[in-house]
Design a protein around this ligand. Sequence first.
Ligand SMILES: Nc1ncnc2c1ncn2[C@@H]1O[C@H](COP(=O)(O)OS(=O)(=O)O)[C@@H](OP(=O)(O)O)[C@H]1O
Length: 225
Amino acid sequence: MHRLNCLAVLFERENVMPKTLEGQITMEKTPSYFVTNEAPRRIHSMAKDIKLIVVVRNPVTRAISDYTQTLSKKPEIPTFEVLAFKNRTLGLIDASWSAIRIGIYALHLENWLQYFPLSQILFVSGERLIVDPAGEMAKVQDFLGLKRVVTEKHFYFNKTKGFPCLKKPEDSSAPRCLGKSKGRTHPRIDPDVIHRLRKFYKPFNMMFYQMTGQDFQWEQEEGDK
Ligand SMILES: Nc1ncnc2c1ncn2[C@@H]1O[C@H](COP(=O)(O)OS(=O)(=O)O)[C@@H](OP(=O)(O)O)[C@H]1O
């Protein structure tokens, strides 16, 4: 079943969704909501006061990450360079390919803003989440009206993983990194293709910065990982 339908069903059969007691928050996470056309209308009709959190990263890196994930399940698919273009000679990007379409954040956000005010949405920078997880988590906790319980002391940089991992200072349980499918090495992509994609996304990124009032600095980035 599609994940959106899953949430709808869970909400409808209230007994399936965990009961929320006074002072508790129920959270639900599905990556595809942000880019699903019917999602804002349906979620709004169920929970108008809901707080929404969206993690966004450079759409070029996001597309490559998306492709890497698909490639790991279907190694026979064409190369990224082939899938990215409608016509490579003309430099025509295939914006209908989901790996590329999902990164047109301004387009998706427009849809959500028809139903929810910006104040109900928090945008977390995927890049900041890696370099300063505690800083981004502070914003998340403030946004949710929670005490800042998760702080610096809950994170350490794991050199083998190449990413921050979680430690729980209050108990002696082992530190935890995200699984093998998170933080995989990306295949090398032709720099011309990356350049073309960056050009493609630039106006949409600008629009997104304007809509959110946040500059994610994706134009300043040198590499794409
Ligand atoms: N701490 C930590 N550890 C590992 N990975 C981290 C971390 N923080 C952020 N990231 C980035 O998260 C990316 C994977 O998340 P996804 O968006 O694919 O997850 S999901 O769609 O919600 O399942 C994943 O993308 P890839 O690098 O392309 O695998 C990571 O770059």
